[in-house]
Design a protein around this ligand. Structure first.
Ligand code: BGC
Length: 916
């Protein structure tokens, strides 16, 4: 028989497999992760949580059971020997947040693991590929000293960065070499002249008085037989550099120091270690200073070629000082590291003044510039960074406030010199270069984009190019501000973990990227920053000596909103357990301060609906509107607490917080709500929060929604919301039956709107609606960032309503999702894709006249309620057949212009007719 004669048979077999009958193709297991990370090294958890993703071409496919094997070597695992753990066949559909329950691995040794599952037909899958994690190091096992340079820095003087080295000999074959490294300051490690890993700004920001992170690196490939040398450059960063607008350096201390342990495991399993101690040498090299806010000055003439190789002669180097160890414990960094992720070539170069060259990257970023220059030794190239240009084409830097953001490179005189700074970053689109003897080429500047390595999970695209640019700006806002902690902005003297911004944006952030590990780490910062009385700080980590910077409504409440969101999106109950006591302290404090259930006390900085266009009562003034906002948030906290209590199975706490919610709601209605549905201090935000937080009597909701619509109309079909109101505006309009009004706001390009900034060249989300206007030019430079993500919290609505991918209100982690696109706004198509913890969810629709097509993907082991836009009585098909009869689908009802189905996993192609 010829090959082609098999084809019909093969086709028949293929078709049999794509249905959900007994002939199903079964599932395969991929995407193994441990504590949300892929193959993490050095994690602290003894019993980490595991997850995997299932794939199948079947519809309605699920996991009935799983089996996990964990082994102490790759070989054992390959031979199916789970010497650390064999879970056995566990009858469960759990594929997320599965706790490892095997033998506790000893520090540093990897655990290799794999998973197989049984699908809904009882069919057994193949084993997944192997994955691994390794356990971090216990405090007692470091056996190393903290060392630093011998200089005593002064608050006002930014010191040169010391270069440390240690040479050592390896005389036996090494099976595994692992470096544990931490610092009070920032480190860039290298071994035998090669950089170790790609992390920048390690070990990243925590409150150094509470905990200090360490990183773990597998350096086995870099170890040589014979002479070796470890080199570490030590910078200032958050520990000793300038932070925020604080006038003095040294927020946590002035003497940088590091601790290192390089563990070498021989073939026979015996271990030796090279550790930081008083035998290490150091010298000051080319980095004359380097600071996040001020920039870096680098004198290439002072380079020390080969300084981190074994051959280097360090006899002239000084001996490191052993310094006091910190009181705070060392903890493994639980989140993905900050790294360089993208490079952007300059798009154009201008010369607004003779010898002043301005490079335009075409995109506002956080990071730095790598330069390629040439000139005589001693030539000083000065770089300044800006988000916008002045009318005369020069860089606009006044909005940087006290952050100088100047990088200086002093040439050594080579034919071509390529340089980038190590311990600073800037927020910019434009780079000004001065000091070169001749005009540089366009390739003299390359933008290096730096952020925490949370994996991309979302994409969004629609038929309105302006909205696509808005989505891009939202994503760039996240890139530029998720840098170790969620910051407000990356350019001026601030860059702080502002809580209000984070809680408003978190839900959008979870669509764009997998931020589970990022927020797991940050919630620890949030708890560390909490006052003994229970007040969450305005920024986490907390700035010291600022007593009024805590407990602010909408800011402090992040302490409740963030764990709740992580639970809802990722199904993580551990974050709730871990911070439960802290959240209770916050709730207790609010009640003690406000026994009459109106939150008017301890409002401190009281930012209100920050940067709303409604004239506000001014910073720190307690207007009715602000007391309303505070009380509304308190009620919301209570509601979220009740839901979290339920998730933990705490019945009493559920009852307690549910009752508290009702009581605050009653008090709120008495205090603010007028009989006709008008609300004290009214504004769009007041209406929106009342509706979203469920603070109104049922029969008043429609009325209040009408007032909201009136208010929008009164403002010429524009929004007036600030940071706090903006997040819930479009969701509330949609929920209350006014999606077209939400689309109007989205499509607007007149002030104030998202489109206005885009019309004027925004490539990120602006801090304020009027950061720049045609009438007034730049806003007050005291407060005018062009890269603040808060007003970009509309991204949540783009996914949840325009594309139509949302959480089921009752089921966390997208184990069940709601697919409900709201067509409108003149859009002819929209599409969203989101990699949930169970796998990819997609929803895309196209409109041709009144003919609608809609493609949906539901991940294996999950279900969805799918709302297909369809006029009453219209026929709805799926892959050309009546949808009600399609495999994997069950028709539920026709409701408000949607045909509603319960769907199992799989890909679906719907077609219907909508009412025009
Ligand atoms: C920050 C904000 C922050 C605010 C408090 C500002 O300086 O940049 O994003 O939330 O202060 O209102």
């Amino acid at each position: 028989m010829k090959k082609w004669m098999f084809l019909p048979l093969m086709l028949a077999a293929f078709l049999a497999c794509t249905g959900c009958g007994p002939q199903s193709a079964g599932v395969s297991v991929t995407g193994l992760r441990c504590e949300y990370l892929t193959n993490p090294l050095g994690i602290d958890a003894a019993k980490p949580r595991l997850s995997w993703v299932l794939e199948s071409s079947d519809r309605g496919q699920t996991q009935k059971a799983y089996r996990i094997l964990a082994a102490s070597s790759a070989e054992k695992l390959a031979a199916d020997t789970g010497d650390l753990w064999d879970s056995g066949k566990v009858d469960s559909d759990r594929s997320n947040q599965v706790g490892y329950d095997g033998a506790e691995p000893s520090a540093g040794t990897p655990v290799f693991w794999k998973v197989k599952v049984w699908d809904r037909n009882g069919k057994e899958s193949a084993w997944s590929e192997a994955a691994f994690w390794s356990r971090g190091i216990a405090a007692a096992d470091w056996q190393a000293e903290w060392i630093g340079p011998d200089t005593d820095s002064k608050p006002t003087v930014m010191p040169p960065a010391p270069f440390f080295r240690k040479s050592f000999t390896v005389d036996q074959p090494v099976r595994r070499a692992v470096l544990y490294l931490s610092a009070r300051g920032l480190v860039e490690p290298s071994l035998n002249g090669e950089r170790i890993g790609k992390d920048v700004f390690a070990p990243e920001w925590t409150d150094y008085t509470r905990r200090i992170q360490y990183r773990t690196y597998d350096v086995t490939p870099l170890i040589r037989q014979g002479g070796n040398a470890l080199g570490i450059v030590l910078g200032d960063g958050w520990f000793s550099g300038y932070i925020g607008w604080r006038k003095e350096r040294g927020h946590y201390g002035l003497r940088n120091s590091l601790i290192a342990r390089l563990e070498l495991e021989s073939e026979d399993g015996s271990k030796t270690a090279v550790v930081s101690d008083g035998t290490w040498k150091f010298a000051e090299g080319p980095i004359l200073f380097s600071d996040f806010m001020m920039g870096e000055t680098y004198d290439a003439r002072r380079e020390m070629p080969g300084w981190n190789t074994p051959e280097f002669d360090d006899t002239a180097w000084k001996t490191a000082s052993v310094v006091e160890p910190p009181a705070a414990p060392l903890v493994s960094q639980p989140a993905e590291p900050v790294q360089v992720h993208e490079e952007i070539a300059a798009k154009e170069i201008t010369e607004p003044k003779p010898g002043v060259y301005v490079f335009n990257l075409g995109q506002n970023i956080a990071g730095w510039a790598r330069i390629k220059v040439s000139g005589p030794a001693g030539t000083k190239v000065v770089l300044r960074f800006a988000e916008r240009l002045n009318p005369d084409g020069t860089v606009y830097v006044t909005n940087l406030r006290a952050a100088k953001c100047i990088d200086t490179y002093i040439l050594k005189g080579d034919s071509e010199e390529v340089w980038e700074p190590r311990f600073t970053f800037h927020g910019f689109q434009y780079v000004e270069m001065t000091g070169l003897p001749a005009k540089p080429g366009l390739d003299a500047v390359t933008g290096r984009v730096v952020y925490s390595s949370s994996p991309v999970t979302g994409s969004f695209e629609c038929s309105n190019p302006m909205v696509n640019q808005l989505y891009s700006n939202i994503c760039w806002g996240q890139r530029g501000n998720f840098l170790s902690v969620p910051t407000d902005c990356p350019q001026r003297d601030e860059r702080l973990g502002w809580m209000g911004d984070a809680q408003i944006f978190i839900r959008t952030a979870t669509y764009n990227r997998d931020v589970a590990a990022f927020f797991t780490k940050w919630m620890q910062d949030v708890e560390d920053a909490q006052s003994p009385e229970g007040a969450y700080a305005d920024t986490s980590p907390r700035l010291k000596d600022l007593p009024q910077f805590e407990a602010v409504a909408g800011w402090g409440d992040a302490g409740i909103v963030v764990p709740w969101t992580v639970w809802r999106v990722y199904g993580d109950t551990r974050i709730i357990e871990r911070h439960w006591a802290s959240m209770e302290r916050w709730m207790d404090m609010l009640l003690t301060d406000n026994p009459d259930l109106i939150r008017k006390n301890r409002l401190n900085n009281n930012y209100g609906d920050w940067l709303s266009t409604v004239p506000d009562a001014g910073w720190a003034e307690a207007s009715a509107r602000k007391i309303f906002l505070a009380t509304a948030y308190w009620a919301y906290d209570a509601k979220l607490m009740s839901q979290m209590a339920k998730a933990l199975g705490r019945a009493e706490d559920f009852a307690k917080y549910d009752a508290l919610f009702q009581k605050i709601r009653d008090a709120y209605q008495k205090e603010f709500l007028k009989p006709d549905g008008h609300i004290e201090g009214e504004s769009q935000t007041v209406y929106v929060l009342s509706l979203y937080f469920d603070l109104l009597p049922e029969d008043m909701r429609a009325k209040v929604a009408e007032y909201l619509i009136e208010d929008i109309k009164k403002n010429g079909n524009h929004l007036t919301t600030g940071f706090i109101g903006v997040r819930h505006l479009c969701p509330v309009l949609t929920q209350m039956g006014y999606p077209e009004v939400a689309y109007t706001l989205l499509n607007n390009d007149t002030y104030p709107s998202w489109g206005y900034s885009i019309k004027h060249g925004a490539t990120t989300i602006w801090e304020r609606w009027d950061g720049w206007t045609t009438e007034k030019g730049f806003q007050d430079p005291g407060m005018n960032s062009f890269n603040h993500y808060s007003l970009g919290s509309v991204g949540e609505w783009l996914f949840a309503s325009v594309a139509g991918i949302d959480l089921d209100p009752e089921v966390p982690a997208f184990k069940k999702s709601v697919i409900r696109p709201m067509i409108g706004g003149g859009f002819t198509h929209a599409k969203g894709e989101f990699q949930s913890i169970y796998g990819k969810i997609a929803s895309g629709w196209k409109l041709d006249g009144d003919a609608l097509t809609m493609d949906v993907t539901i991940p294996v082991n999950t279900t969805a309620t799918v709302y297909v836009p369809a006029a009453e009585g219209a026929s709805v098909t799926e892959s050309g057949k009546p949808a009600a009869k399609a495999s994997g689908l069950k028709f539920v009802k026709q409701e408000n212009g949607f045909a509603v189905y319960e769907a199992g996993s799989g890909n679906y192609s719907f077609a219907s007719t909508v009412k025009k």
